[in-house]
Ligand binder design. Structure first.
Ligand SMILES: Nc1ncnc2c1ncn2[C@@H]1O[C@H](COP(=O)(O)OP(=O)(O)OP(=O)(O)O)[C@@H](O)[C@H]1O
Length: 360
């Protein structure tokens, strides 16, 4: 079930110098219980995207639905109460109230949403502080504990009303790496308990520790099948890829590449399936493989020089959408990413081996 859904979200900021579009038509569905990392370079639009989900900011156009509620259709008072019960928010700099004790900070969202009786609130706040290993410090003020400890309390506060969604903007960004690890494992624990978590981070290594990572580049989400096809790129390279991509729609059964043609681009399949075929010496065509979403083709002639080694035709059952990468972009990516180069070299060797087996 979808817990968060963004439909065609556009956000344009207007200022004295003109207009700047920070989000350019974002479509995103996050399922219940998913732990999602939003990754991207500084200025790519991550926080703006998060602010759309929390309702801290309004989209210029488009719709956000969280826990079944179109959030921007609620009146302000209704919205604030709804969010207090539905979305727990964790910030990079904790944002605890300095004049309240840690226990009082955790009780605040329950007081605000009148969720539990006063006695239950104290009991629950203590239980949450225990869960984040901070119960012994409950009566201290935020300034008397470390940054990592403040963030643990901020997480307990986000959980106060038992919201199904937790949203966190760089929650480990201001912490040293050891403290960051222990705060991150708290999020993993919450994920295991079934919370839906959306976390903005600069840290690409976190991608392997969550259910799903979404790369934002220049106000757009980099297509997940591009990320699958080129898994070894860094954020600068994904940004470049996103800015230079062109998508083309081919009808079912049409030919995308003819064997023997000159080569000037490579392709990644975004939807549908293609058949790769070669001509045998006796003139007969043989299908050597079928490729689907997240797989690329057309790379052999680009990397090795020369003409197309096979014909690529859309399956007769479905249309095909491909991302087209011009020669310079493709060769540049391969040259600048050793991991991508190794993966592609290996793939080319396997494919050429397969083709020569068929041509003899
Ligand atoms: N209130 C605003 N007015 C004008 N421009 C804004 C505003 N908020 C954000 N922007 C611009 O929108 C773009 C995206 O900003 P955003 O804060 O979402 O990026 P980010 O990916 O979260 O960056 P960082 O990792 O540095 O926090 C930036 O170019 C930023 O300057």
């Amino acid at each position: 079930m979808a817990m968060i859904q963004l439909n065609q979200i556009v956000k344009t900021f207007y200022h004295s110098g003109g207009a700047f579009t920070a989000l350019k038509g974002i479509d995103l569905t996050i399922d219940e219980g998913q732990f999602v990392a939003i990754i991207g370079k500084s200025g790519s639009g991550k926080s703006t995207l998060l602010n759309m989900i929390t309702g801290i900011d309004h989209p210029t156009s488009g719709e956000v639905i969280a826990a079944g509620q179109p959030i921007h259709s609620l009146r302000k008072n209704q919205f604030v109460q709804w969010r207090g019960r539905t979305i727990g928010i964790v910030f990079q700099f904790f944002q605890l109230i300095p004049t309240l004790t840690l226990l009082e900070n955790v009780m605040l969202p329950m007081d605000f949403c009148r969720m539990f009786t006063s006695r239950e609130r104290v009991k629950r706040a203590k239980a949450l502080l225990e869960e984040v290993d901070m119960l012994e410090q409950a009566n201290k003020y935020p300034s008397a504990v470390s940054g990592g400890q403040q963030q643990r309390v901020a997480i307990a506060r986000a959980l106060a009303n038992d919201p199904p969604i937790i949203v966190a903007d760089e929650p480990t960004g201001s912490l040293d790496s050891q403290t960051a690890d222990s705060v991150f494992s708290l999020f993993q624990k919450l994920s295991a308990q079934g919370k839906t978590i959306v976390m903005v981070t600069h840290d690409q290594t976190l991608a392997s520790k969550v259910h799903r990572s979404i790369i934002v580049a220049d106000g757009q989400i980099v297509n997940q099948y591009m990320v699958e096809a080129f898994s070894g790129l860094d954020l600068d390279q994904y940004s470049l890829l996103q800015s230079q991509l062109q998508t083309i729609h081919y009808p079912a059964g049409s030919v995308i590449i003819h064997e023997g043609d000159e080569a000037d681009c490579a392709y990644v399949i975004l939807s549908g399936e293609v058949e790769i075929s070669v001509k045998q010496p006796n003139g007969q065509k043989v299908i050597v493989s079928i490729l689907g979403k997240g797989q690329y083709f057309g790379e052999i002639a680009l990397v090795q020089g020369g003409r197309r080694t096979a014909t690529v035709r859309c399956s007769i059952h479905s249309d095909v959408v491909v991302a087209v990468l011009q020669r310079d972009t493709f060769v540049g990516l391969v040259k600048n990413s050793e991991m991508t180069k190794q993966e592609i070299d290996l793939m080319i060797r396997q494919r050429l081996g397969q083709l020569s087996g068929i041509r003899v």
